[in-house]
Design a binder for this molecule. Structure first.
Ligand code: GCV
Length: 715
């Protein structure tokens, strides 16, 4: 072999080894080199015995085999019978012997997707049983067990019963049929429509596996800005192929329904939901889909929002539209997820108030297989938003929350921002719907209003990039979303700890500081982009980088100036009683807190109030100084993140270490860009000097205004 070829092949080998790590997500199953640990595990496991032979169980069995033998060094054998001692027994409860069933205890403490992992004695021999009511529960139990081993947790005397708290735990892909992804920053869509249905990309299987490992059980394959073609036989055949891949992993396929599809692909003259032909068209379409995909989940619909067609085009309302579709899928057990993301160019009202104003009067009017999908906040996936007031106001309607995992407004896949911190903040917010402690989590998991249909949706950050999500740490947002959809009461710290151990290393010297860095990263992005309740001041269209000066867009509420309202007197959007009175959409306890300048949480101050530049913050600083210092704090936080990461090289493979290092360098530069551009712009109104400790910009405001990003991704 020539020297050059040797070098090339060496580079290729080292690239692929590292790239594989990037690709393997949190399912690394690294070999455990700590001999004591390995011995401890092997004292408890020698073999795996499976009862049952469904595809789902086979997947679980293979996963245990792969995971344990990778981690413990090929010491675990698969057995066909329960013999010897120290086995892991897997199977649904009813497939197990009565003797084992008796040891498991009460299976009714879990639901159909739940699992029990228990150390038991059978004929005086130690066994670990992983069981559930159904095989999908067993599979979830297996992933949970493997997570314990991956993160060096003890597996002695196990007695775990766990079950998802929501029914629909779903990714929303904003993937177009040409494979571009709206707001996608990790390459193109995974769905290769041209090669489907005959070519099954290994990626589909790996995608399903990753989702199952965190309990995600649904996927909407297509963009909410929908294309009716997906409902034609040509595409449904391809959807069917994907559904077949995902089924054994417990994942149902859903599609977005373009409301005007009866016209566009059905040849009808109208899409009026009260028209008999239209109703019939959807009924037939549903029957056609269910014939191919008997467990099809249903439709997600964006109607009369941002130019999408909907029932209002025919003088009907959201209830008419949703219920008509609900009737079409009801005979097959399907669900309609109807989005409440609406605001109108014809409504001069505060955009933040419009969805509530439109939907709350419909409370109790939707059919029982409709769930209304509400974004976490009333504007649009900002670095920080107060929880959406609809969560406190529709007790008779199932509401599911929609989070955005893809970082449209949070630095794309370039910035490291750990989103479970944001998700947790919203889920833990108290709506006071039925007094203190009635949190958003309790609304959406159905415990508050005894809602049967429950769900959590996350706008996916997945694409065909080698590492799936663009930024290695954006994988943690996919992971964290799944974990919170399973259990909306989990805390971000636990999730960061789990993810780091499974993805990188169990070494405490790595996990502790890096987990702290992840936790801090959310507040950092708020500080350097939109501190103190500022929002939607990103540049136009693509939403990357600052654009507080933008004021020339056709719809007022698309302009950042609409949101920050900076002038000589101060800054912020007055949504209190003296302003748009959006505060009145919250329960009285919350309304009072937000409405009063003195009690409004400072991190949401400028969301609810127009505040004078000289207003005194709790720390004694004037608003102007406080704002400037927050921007600087954001920059300093990113510098601190860099310091932490730079010390991790010995725990992380070269490639991922360098990827993150480079990305953090960009993030640092861009945090300064945000600080400088925003402060120079707002300074025109405050007419005040920067306080001590805030660095001065080396560029002019005109320079920042001149920056253009014509080919920004995801737009
Ligand atoms: C899919 C925001 C985004 C749009 C997105 C929309 C929505 O406006 O910028 O890209 O459209 O939200 O959630 O429907």
């Amino acid at each position: 072999m020539s020297f050059l070829r040797l070098v090339i092949s060496f580079c290729f080998i080292s690239f692929s080894a590292s790239a594989q790590k990037d690709y393997k997500l949190w399912l690394q199953y690294e070999k455990k080199i700590n001999a004591k640990l390995v011995t401890n595990y092997l004292q408890d496991i020698q073999g795996i015995v499976a009862f049952g032979n469904s595809e789902t169980l086979k997947i679980g069995l293979n996963e245990l085999d792969l995971g344990l033998n990778n981690m413990l060094g090929n010491k675990i054998s698969m057995k066909s019978k329960l013999e010897g001692d120290k086995n892991i027994i897997i199977g649904s409860k009813e497939s197990l012997s009565l003797e084992i069933q008796k040891e498991i205890g009460n299976i009714d403490q879990i639901n159909d997707e739940g699992f029990i992992i228990k150390s038991i004695l059978i004929k005086n021999k130690k066994q670990i049983v992983i069981t559930g009511k159904k095989d999908i529960g067993v599979l979830y139990g297996i992933y949970s067990f493997l997570r314990l081993v991956q993160s060096d947790k003890s597996i002695k005397n196990l007695n775990i019963a766990d079950a998802p708290k929501t029914n629909i735990r779903i990714l929303n892909h904003w993937d177009n049929l040409d494979r571009t992804v709206e707001r996608g920053y990790a390459g193109f869509s995974l769905w290769n429509w041209q090669k489907l249905p005959d070519f099954i990309d290994q990626r589909y299987i790996d995608y399903a596996r990753a989702n199952a490992s965190i309990g995600i059980n649904g996927t909407v394959l297509t963009n909410v800005n929908a294309n009716a073609l997906i409902l034609t036989p040509q595409y449904l055949e391809k959807v069917e192929a994907l559904a077949n891949v995902f089924r054994p992993y417990g994942i149902k396929v859903y599609l977005t329904a373009r409301f005007s599809a009866p016209i566009e692909i059905g040849g009808l003259k109208t899409a009026d939901p009260k028209d008999a032909e239209v109703m019939n068209w959807w009924k037939n379409k549903a029957a056609e889909i269910y014939k191919r995909i008997p467990d099809f989940g249903g439709f997600l619909v964006k109607a009369n929002s941002e130019g999408q067609p909907g029932p209002q085009n025919y003088g009907r309302d959201h209830v008419d539209g949703a219920n008509m579709l609900a009737d079409a899928v009801a005979p097959f057990g399907g669900v309609i997820m109807w989005r409440a993301f609406v605001y109108s160019e014809h409504d001069a009202n505060d955009r933040a108030k419009q969805a509530y104003a439109e939907f709350v009067p419909y409370d109790g009017k939707f059919k029982e297989n409709v769930i209304v999908q509400v974004k976490n906040g009333a504007i649009d996936f900002q670095p920080r938003e107060p929880f959406h007031p609809m969560f406190g106001a529709m007790p008779k309607t199932p509401l599911m929350i929609e989070f955005q995992i893809t970082q449209e407004y949070l630095g794309f896949s370039t910035h490291l921002v750990f989103l479970p911190k944001l998700f947790q903040e919203v889920l833990a917010s108290d709506t006071y719907q039925k007094g203190e402690g009635t949190t958003v989590a309790k609304v959406i998991d159905g415990t508050l209003n005894k809602t049967k249909l429950t769900g959590i949706a996350g706008v996916s950050n997945i694409g065909n990039d080698l590492n799936w999500t663009g930024h290695p740490f954006a994988q943690a947002n996919w992971y964290g979303f799944g974990r919170l959809a399973w259990n909306p009461y989990l805390d971000a710290e636990t999730i960061a700890d789990e993810w780091l151990r499974c993805t990188f290393s169990n070494n405490e010297n790595f996990v502790k500081p890096v987990a702290a860095m992840m936790i801090e990263s959310r507040e950092a992005v708020v500080n350097y982009m939109t501190p103190l309740g500022l929002h939607h001041i990103m540049d136009t269209g693509h939403h990357y980088g600052p654009g507080p000066w933008v004021s020339n867009l056709s719809r007022p509420e698309w302009n950042p100036v609409y949101y920050h309202k900076a002038d000589k007197n101060g800054i912020g959007f007055d949504r209190s009683k003296t302003g748009t009175n959006a505060t009145a959409q919250y329960a009285p306890e919350i309304e009072k807190t937000f409405d009063n300048l003195e009690t409004c949480p400072e991190n949401e101050l400028l969301w609810f109030h127009h505040v004078s530049w000289d207003y005194k913050l709790k720390n004694g600083q004037t608003l102007w100084n406080g704002l400037a210092l927050k921007y600087q704090e954001g920059v300093n936080q990113v510098a601190a993140m860099q310091n932490i990461w730079n010390k991790t090289h010995k725990y992380v493979d070269d490639e991922r270490f360098k990827e993150v290092q480079m990305l953090l360098e960009i993030q640092y530069k861009e945090a300064k860009w945000w600080r400088d551009a925003c402060l120079l712009y707002f300074q025109q109104y405050s007419e005040k000097e920067l306080p001590l400790g805030v660095e001065k910009s080396t560029q002019s405001l005109d320079y920042f205004k001149s920056l253009k990003f014509p080919f920004a991704p995801g737009n």
